[in-house]
Design a protein around this ligand. Structure first.
Ligand SMILES: Cc1cc2nc3c(=O)[nH]c(=O)nc-3n(C[C@H](O)[C@H](O)[C@H](O)COP(=O)(O)OP(=O)(O)OC[C@H]3O[C@@H](n4cnc5c(N)ncnc54)[C@H](O)[C@@H]3O)c2cc1C
Length: 626
């Protein structure tokens, strides 16, 4: 029987929730938050409360059916549906910024791609944050711990060298299932062959910390049945749904952290939240941990008085800790190219026609998978060397050096030095390429429903081009003391002069691959950009990029390691408050971000358990210096 809220005793009514006494309060039952809750509550002596603003939606077919994810966007029961400020770099567009608002958070609404990043990128976290434990060696064991790898590949793909993996980099019994796509269309195979014909290699194992090359993708899809989303709820909540020391309250919006001023400075005591139109408070015995994600964690910090003094004063919030780096934001940005497929080629666009939908829905309901169980089948990363000439690289390096001179603080200068070193490394993973048999409207970045709206009657191919080391860095700040008022998001898309050039080189190379045999025989006319746009002309390519680029949905850095939290994830300047979610990531990695959020939740749980063990001999939990 599929789990439902009624069958999960950990889901509490407000009355029962308030009766509890909790060592740890986790704000946000999302990707990292539920991972942390699941692991902390393994120890029956630790009591854990999770407060989630969205609903439970456990067993919801819209969430579980892989190809149904575009239907979740813009709906308040699944998506916070944030909007950015107008972005100067993209002709003043206000961009849609989806974030999951339900148990599982963004892991419940994402595309399910599973990636890890490159070794040096994690080692650079240590470098820039001045910490020791968050390099590749510090995080790698936790990537493995969460994974349950299903290495089966489709019988038709058996001879493909595309599917390389090394056993030692995978785990087979972790909570989150990873699997290859259930089938590959002939155009997906032709695309792969065309990339190889352009001289690109398949990574030996893109999950080993070396992902440079173009190859297969793993998705967080459980293929033990018809193919369903594996996410924080199925991995870390449902299996632990009977634990007496775990309590989850849904539809409860945390407004701020409650502090007390003592001789020891500021100490967090718990949180204030609203539920069903009423206000409540709940206190912890150990610590409160913010896991509200890259947009809402900085918002809660600022509402609680931790942030830039000038931002807080303008919003009417008393500043308790002046930290101007709360609310930084770095993202991956994405553009792409769309073509019409030749007649007879498979396309997920077909699924939108009523007859085909009825057919594939029957197939899925009968446990036979099919298009509704389909995930992304391929992904790849290329370096600047793979996509540019020597002269273009020289120009890029000069632009970076000139921009660096305008920077006024050490962190920003060190960050650009690191990014520049990546552009000088022929094996660095700078640009990501993802191809799908589907129409994507790259020009419609203001509304997710149009961006991913499949058009009936068309059969299209889209290749997404993502910049994974953006030089631009923006901000997320409150503008009011009202917790229900969304923060102002300035994503700074294409702010830095180098980002638009890197994107232009990305679309140029992908158009070349798509026009190489055997892929070119699968495609008819180009739809986006229209055929008259010459992508080999950088000026024309940049013009296209400006009108067709937006988020790849991977914001980070609002509570960065080193700047806002320390190595143990404690918020600097206060006691009793930690952060565990995508906002602690100080510098971006090449890869989609859910994998890190699971690994981070696992690592944070181990760090907290270790703290408890170390302190237990001498102190009571309530006296822990967290
Ligand atoms: C459209 C889309 C596609 C994506 N595709 C992929 C992909 O294919 N692969 C990949 O690896 N990554 C993908 N990502 C990114 C990835 O899913 C996220 O980076 C990751 O899930 C973020 O996890 P988190 O723990 O930081 O936050 P979340 O999972 O967002 O968790 C935050 C939780 O806190 C809750 N919350 C927020 N504010 C409050 C409050 N005030 N009170 C109480 N609760 C609150 C939220 O409702 C949410 O449940 C995608 C993201 C999007 C939006």
């Amino acid at each position: 029987m599929a789990a439902t809220p009624a069958t999960l005793p950990v889901l509490k009514s407000i009355e029962d929730f308030l009766k509890g006494s909790y060592d740890y309060i986790i704000v946000g039952g999302g990707n990292a938050g539920l991972t942390l809750a699941g692991r902390l509550s393994e120890d029956s002596s630790i009591s854990v409360a999770v407060i989630e603003a969205g609903g439970a939606k456990i067993g919801d077919p819209q969430v579980l059916t892989p190809a149904a994810f575009p239907s979740l966007f813009g709906k308040p029961e699944y998506d916070w549906d944030f909007t950015t400020l107008p972005q100067a770099g993209t002709n003043g567009t206000k961009h849609a910024w989806a974030r999951g608002k339900l148990l599982g958070g963004t892991s419940a609404i994402n595309y399910m791609m599973y990636a890890r990043g490159q070794i040096e990128e994690f080692n650079d976290w240590n470098r820039i944050a001045g910490v020791k434990n968050w390099g590749w060696d510090g995080i790698k064991p936790y990537f493995s711990k969460c994974e349950s790898f299903d290495k089966r590949i489709h019988p038709d793909d058996k001879d493909s060298k595309d599917y390389s993996h090394l056993e030692e980099h995978h785990n087979y019994d972790g909570p989150i299932k990873t699997s290859y796509a259930s089938f590959r269309s002939s155009s997906e195979r032709a695309y792969h062959a065309a990339a190889i014909n352009n001289g690109f290699k398949v990574p030996v194992d893109a999950w080993s910390g070396v992902n440079h090359g173009i190859g297969a993708n793993l998705s967080t899809i459980d293929r033990s049945g018809p193919g369903t989303r594996s996410y924080a709820v199925t991995g870390y909540l449902v299996p632990n749904g009977q634990r007496p020391n775990l309590s989850v309250l849904t539809d409860a919006h945390v407004e701020k952290v409650i502090f007390e001023k003592g001789t020891d400075g500021l100490v967090a005591k718990g949180v204030a939240f609203s539920h069903g139109g009423k206000s409540y408070k709940i206190l912890h015995k150990g610590a409160t941990i913010l896991s509200a994600g890259a947009v809402m964690t900085p918002q809660i910090l600022e509402l609680s008085g931790i942030g830039s003094k000038s931002v807080l004063e303008k919003a009417g919030v008393e500043c308790l800790v002046d930290n101007p780096r709360v609310g930084d934001v770095e993202d991956h940005i994405m553009s792409g190219i769309t073509y019409n497929l030749v007649d007879g080629e498979f396309s997920l666009d077909h699924v939108n026609t009523p007859e085909v939908f009825t057919e594939v829905a029957k197939q899925y309901a009968a446990g036979k998978g099919g298009p509704l169980a389909h995930g992304v089948s391929n992904s790849g990363f290329l370096s600047l060397f793979d996509v540019s000439t020597e002269e273009e690289r020289k120009n890029i390096y000069e632009l970076v050096e000139a921009h660096k001179k305008t920077l006024t603080n050490d962190f920003d200068r060190q960050r650009e030095d690191i990014l520049l070193s990546r552009l000088k490394d022929p094996k660095a993973a700078i640009l990501q390429f993802i191809s799908l048999n589907v129409n994507i409207d790259f020009g419609a970045r203001h509304d997710m429903r149009i961006f991913l709206g499949q058009s009936t009657g068309t059969t299209r191919w889209s290749t997404c081009v993502g910049l994974h080391h953006c030089f631009s860095r923006g901000s997320i700040h409150i503008t009011s003391s009202d917790p229900k008022q969304p923060p102002a998001i300035d994503a700074a898309i294409l702010d830095h002069p180098v980002d638009e050039l890197l994107m232009a080189f990305g679309v140029r190379i992908i158009d070349k691959i798509l026009n190489t045999s055997p892929m070119k025989e699968k495609l008819k006319s180009r739809v986006r950009p229209t055929p008259d746009v010459d992508l080999s002309d950088t000026e024309q390519a940049v013009k296209y990029i400006k009108g067709h680029t937006g988020t790849e949905f991977h914001p980070i850095a609002g509570a960065s390691l080193g700047l806002v939290v320390d190595e143990q994830l404690n918020v600097k300047g206060v006691k009793g408050l930690k952060v565990c979610d995508s906002s602690i990531i100080p510098l971006h990695i090449s890869g989609n971000t859910q994998g890190i959020c699971y690994a981070m939740g696992e690592k944070a749980a181990d760090m907290i358990k270790e703290d408890i063990r170390a302190a237990a001999a001498t102190k009571k939990l309530g006296e822990l210096s967290v």
